[in-house]
Design a protein around this ligand. Structure first.
Ligand code: UTP
Length: 286
């Protein structure tokens, strides 16, 4: 099997939950303290061996491309001033990493966004999909773990997390078979079930490794009631053909597509900074 070296970043969503900020700033550029969500996602991908980044964008998201552009003038200025700590912050992408931007055309859902990457993926090639708004803090690189399981089982692999009862109906939910350490074969997957219909409390989160065959499946997928093409429908079809594995996330995830998750993620990262930590603790105790 060919090594997994390509990752798709769907960044074509409207980000309505962050309006008016997302009128001009793509949701994926919102920062956790000083680093945008998309930068964290790209760093996770590169650390997992990804060499080609494929961004599925909307017309108004040029700022994401700008973020990864080199700034030679500013870089030279900081170098001349011996400000290497600032130079490091400008270098958002190693030079050997290739970037590709593909317009989605219309925000017709995650399944539709992933389909736009078809021309970039070779026959029998597997690729990663990362949703930058699922912000993950973990000891082990979550995508790396997914890639290892996908390569071992030669099948599509997704990341899941235990979700509370009151949130379950916002997720794609899997029915696991037997767990082998941290992963299991998926025997059913239901998009946004009611609590009663949920086959488990393991919700699908924003890390996937998919085979090239997902594209033909996506082309057969029907629009849902919200006029969107869901990725879950394609995962269901893959499960029935070549199989689907799910890896339990070992780490903490923040849903930064929601305001609450975004605030908590910022707080979590701030608390890791000893200087901020004492100030936050003082603030909260007052
Ligand atoms: P969300 O479901 O969070 O949708 O997308 P959204 O449009 O970004 O946000 P809200 O619900 O309007 O606030 C999950 C991920 O899928 C991408 C988004 O950019 C986000 O990274 N996405 C979603 C696309 O790339 N295209 C789409 O058509 C929909």
């Amino acid at each position: 099997m060919k090594k997994i070296t390509k990752a798709v970043f769907p960044v074509g969503g409207m980000g309505t939950r962050f309006l008016p900020a997302t009128k001009s700033i793509p949701k994926e550029l919102l920062p956790i303290i000083d680093k945008p969500l998309i930068q964290y996602a790209v760093e996770e991908a590169i650390a997992a061996g990804i060499e080609t980044l494929i961004f599925i964008t909307s017309a108004s998201k040029h700022a994401i491309s700008d973020h990864f552009d080199p700034m030679p003038d500013l870089r030279a200025k900081f170098m001349a001033q011996n400000k290497s700590h600032l130079v490091e912050k400008l270098d958002t992408l190693p030079v050997k990493i290739q970037r590709v931007f593909i317009p989605q055309g219309a925000p017709l859902g995650l399944g539709h966004a992933v389909l736009q990457a078809e021309a970039m993926i070779g026959t029998d090639e597997m690729f990663a999909v990362i949703l930058a708004d699922d912000f993950i803090q973990a000891e082990t690189n979550p995508l790396q773990r997914l890639i290892t399981v996908a390569e071992t089982n030669h099948s599509a692999t997704i990341s899941v997390e235990e979700v509370s009862d009151d949130r379950i109906s916002s997720y794609g939910v899997i029915k696991p078979s037997e767990w082998q350490s941290d992963y299991t074969r998926v025997v059913d997957i239901i998009e946004k079930p009611s609590l009663k219909m949920a086959p488990s409390n393991f919700g699908v989160i924003g890390r996937y490794v998919l085979p090239q065959s997902v594209f033909s499946v996506l082309k057969e997928t029907q629009m849902d009631n919200n006029q969107e093409y869901q990725l879950t429908d394609a995962l269901n079809a893959l499960m029935n053909s070549s199989g689907l594995q799910a890896v339990k996330l070992a780490g903490q995830r923040f849903d930064c597509g929601s305001q609450e998750g975004f605030v908590l993620a910022n707080l979590h990262v701030a608390m890791q900074n000893p200087e901020f930590k004492s100030q936050i603790q003082n603030y909260l105790s007052n």
